[in-house]
Design a protein around this ligand. Structure first.
Ligand code: ZN
Length: 134
């Protein structure tokens, strides 16, 4: 099952407000949505670049996944999300191939997407998100 496009690139940021300003004023993109995803302990901001989005991720809890990531590695590219027709099937397929997954089944992410992560140990060091719009 081939991804149709890169749905978004997730970027961990220290300060959402400052990062939004950078993306708007320097890159000329427009922030069209800000959303808190309680489940993942993040506040997100979205920008469209063609079919792909930039998803800024600011931690709302130092113990959350983004809080820990920034503590360890600092701000920067956090993950790449591929759009697929069926995220559940793709996660299943990955497990059948022996890949390590973070999510065995999709859960709800920002913008109502069904999302699941593959573990970077199985994906060439790139935290990889699989998502669909179902
Ligand atoms: Zn994402």
């Amino acid at each position: 099952m081939k991804p149709t496009h890169i749905e978004h690139i997730g970027i961990a940021v220290d300060n959402l407000e400052e990062s939004i300003k950078y993306h708007e004023e320097v890159l000329g993109l427009e922030c069209y949505g800000i959303e808190e995803v309680k489940d993942q302990k993040v506040k997100t901001a979205f920008f469209k670049v063609g079919d792909t989005k930039i998803e800024l991720l600011e931690s709302t809890d130092p113990e959350g996944p983004i809080g820990k990531y920034i503590e360890k590695k600092g701000p920067g590219i956090h993950h790449i999300a591929y759009a697929v027709p069926d995220a559940a099937a793709k996660l299943k397929e990955a497990q059948e191939k022996g890949l390590r997954v973070i999510d065995k089944e999709p859960r709800k992410g920002a913008e109502g997407l069904n999302i699941g992560f593959l573990h970077p140990k199985s994906t060439q060091g790139v935290l990889t998100e699989i998502c669909d719009h179902k």
